[in-house]
Design a protein around this ligand. Structure first.
Ligand code: ISL
Length: 585
């Protein structure tokens, strides 16, 4: 007989302290692609402000803006040249302050993107730093002498490969040294070892907090501390000089974040979420346990990296559902038991669309898949982050339509390496490409998807006439309507936010099932069951719960919008169908 779980007996779970930044629904906005009000083809801050009613209607409480600061846009604003100045493409500082006020007047909040592992090479700090070896700002960045090879040739200080290809070291002709960059050469890394650098960053944070910002999403914040000996990486790509060598979470990362907390965060009622690639759940606890006074939560990467090809990490291989489930389970359980907190996301500006990535974007399944993923996302423990959702762009688009430097550089590198069948590989790269998430928002069926009256900076999705926000709002059965319903429902059933998570049927390759258990304000224990069919076939699922009266469960949500009963201890789900029950144990 299959093993069963007794959740009512196991309900001595830890009850997290409630907070606005835990229950608030966050929406990430990619400013360039949200709404253009000036006809330039690039979205702007007044455009974002004009959509507050849309966000409010959806059930959004907190808006996170991807970078809107002055930038030469080598990496779409993740290369900032002035932390205190809104880029004129997006508007003015006054526009941003007006957006803060407009959001606040609706009871909403606004997070800015703090990109302080690196600046743009056009930031005044870097311009000063590279002006001479004796400039007072020289040490604000990381400089090293060249290694001289056997034939007198110049070799970078180590063999680390940068995130967007090429070496992590860029030669500076003017001063005869290399500077360090984990991303593009146009994104030199700041030297966090220097206390003046840290002080300057904290001032920037206070500058925006004092003007009405409500917190920060912190870009690659676990990369700020480096092993300052910069040791060579072991060879994992034989025959090449450059190797993947950088390890995140350097020796002083926690010390720096605790200092940031002391200097800035603890003085405000603010929200902090760190982007922490390469971090497992145990290490995440170090960042997020409240008593450590670092961050409130962090974006983890394991689930968005499921199935990545070991050699080419920009393409995805087939992956079993159990691999994905195992990752979600380990994070849910570790955060709960260790007293950390989750930042839940399945999409952002760096990831392909979730429907295409995790379910099925074929026309007959995209709506069902969207609702399935929404149900999963909204029934996990943590703070929910959502993003303007669609499916991937067609992989038949020519390479020029993919604007992102990551994709462009990667394809170039594949060609340089002489990888056979680059065409086929390119399509696989497109399926994972960040550009999928960066196309302009499809607002309606008018030209340019209602995004802009000018030529959009990036091609709009081909299907905008059918799939757009207006059509979705008008249709009570749309994916957007489902999200709206779920964003509200999650607040009404707080155990879905704060409750304990127990995965069921770990080895099942078709079904992802789990329970959530919590205590309401009256002290009553509540139990929920979620069953999600990740296949395109009907599945009859035996619920492995040690409970007499499963048949009394009340259906809270079915993604098909129909009645699905538990018969004794079984439920039959159609393709990509998901159900949420409240259990009466
Ligand atoms: O995008 C990725 C994989 O396709 C990641 O490796 C990404 O580079 C990593 O998550 C860091 O992302 C953040 O910092 C980058 C910027 O390009 C990303 O947009 C940002 O989210 C450098 O600032």
């Amino acid at each position: 007989m299959a093993q069963t779980t007794n959740i009512s007996a196991a309900s001595s779970f830890i009850k997290p302290v409630k907070a606005w930044w835990k229950s608030g629904n966050v929406m990430q906005i990619y400013p360039s692609s949200y709404k253009d009000t000036t006809g330039t083809g690039t979205g702007d801050i007044p455009g974002i402000q004009s959509k507050i009613p849309y966000m409010k209607d959806l059930g959004i409480d907190i808006v996170w803006l991807s970078p809107i600061f002055e930038s030469p846009l080598y990496d779409m604003g993740y290369d900032i040249s002035d932390y205190r100045q809104v880029d004129p493409r997006y508007g003015t500082n006054d526009d941003l302050l007006s957006l803060f006020s407009a959001l606040h007047s609706q009871g909403m909040k606004c997070l800015l993107d703090l990109v302080v592992n690196h600046t743009s090479h056009q930031h005044a700090w870097f311009k000063e730093a590279r002006s001479s070896r004796t400039n007072p700002k020289r040490d604000w960045y990381i400089w090293r002498d060249a290694v001289i090879g056997p034939n007198g040739e110049r070799i970078p200080p180590n063999n680390w490969k940068a995130a967007f290809e090429g070496s992590c070291w860029e030669w500076d002709e003017g001063t005869g040294q290399y500077y360090f960059h984990l991303f593009l050469a146009e994104q030199p890394d700041l030297n966090w070892e220097n206390p003046d650098v840290r002080g300057a960053i904290y001032e920037v944070m206070r500058f925006w907090m004092d003007q009405g910002c409500d917190g920060f999403r912190m870009d690659v914040i676990n990369l700020i501390s480096k092993n300052t000996t910069f040791p060579d990486a072991p060879i994992t790509d034989p025959g090449q000089f450059l190797q993947n060598g950088f390890s995140p979470n350097g020796p002083r990362v926690h010390e720096f974040l605790q200092e940031m907390h002391r200097e800035v965060c603890e003085h405000y009622d603010m929200m902090t979420v760190g982007e922490v690639p390469g971090t497992g759940p145990q290490e995440m606890l170090l960042f997020t346990r409240p008593e450590r006074k670092e961050l409130q939560m962090g974006f983890t990467f394991e689930h968005v990296e499921v199935g990545l090809n070991a050699m080419h990490r920009k393409v995805v291989d087939p992956w079993p559902l159990t691999a994905f489930k195992t990752i979600i389970n380990s994070w849910q359980v570790t955060m709960e038991q260790g007293g950390g907190w989750h930042a839940l996301y399945i999409e952002n500006h760096d990831q392909p669309r979730s429907i295409s990535r995790y379910a099925n974007d074929a026309p007959e399944w995209r709506e069902k898949s969207g609702k399935l993923l929404a149900l999963m996302h909204m029934t996990l423990c943590g703070t929910v982050y959502i993003y303007q959702g669609m499916v991937n762009v067609p992989n038949t688009w020519p390479l020029e339509e993919f604007k992102d430097v990551e994709t462009q550089n990667f394809i170039k590198a594949l060609k340089e390496r002489g990888v056979p069948d680059v065409e086929a590989m390119q399509k696989r790269v497109f399926a994972k490409a960040r550009d999928n998430a960066r196309v302009p928002m499809s607002w309606d069926a008018s030209p340019n998807a209602g995004f802009s009256t000018g030529k959009p900076w990036m091609r709009v999705n081909d299907d905008y006439k059918e799939y757009n926000a207006k059509n979705q709002m008008d249709d009570p059965k749309s994916v957007r309507s489902f999200w709206k319903m779920m964003l509200k429902l999650r607040k009404e059933h707080e155990s879905l936010i704060y409750g304990s998570f127990t995965m069921l049927s770990n080895d099942d390759e078709r079904i992802f099932a789990y329970t959530r258990s919590g205590v309401d304000d009256n002290g009553t224990t509540l139990h929920y069951l979620v069953v999600l069919n990740f296949t395109d076939q009907p599945v009859t699922y035996h619920i492995p719960l040690d409970a007499e009266n499963l048949g009394n469960a009340s259906l809270v949500v079915d993604t098909y919008g129909e009645e699905v009963a538990i018969l004794k201890d079984q439920v039959t789900l159609r393709a990509y169908e998901g159900v949420l029950y409240q259990l009466w144990l």
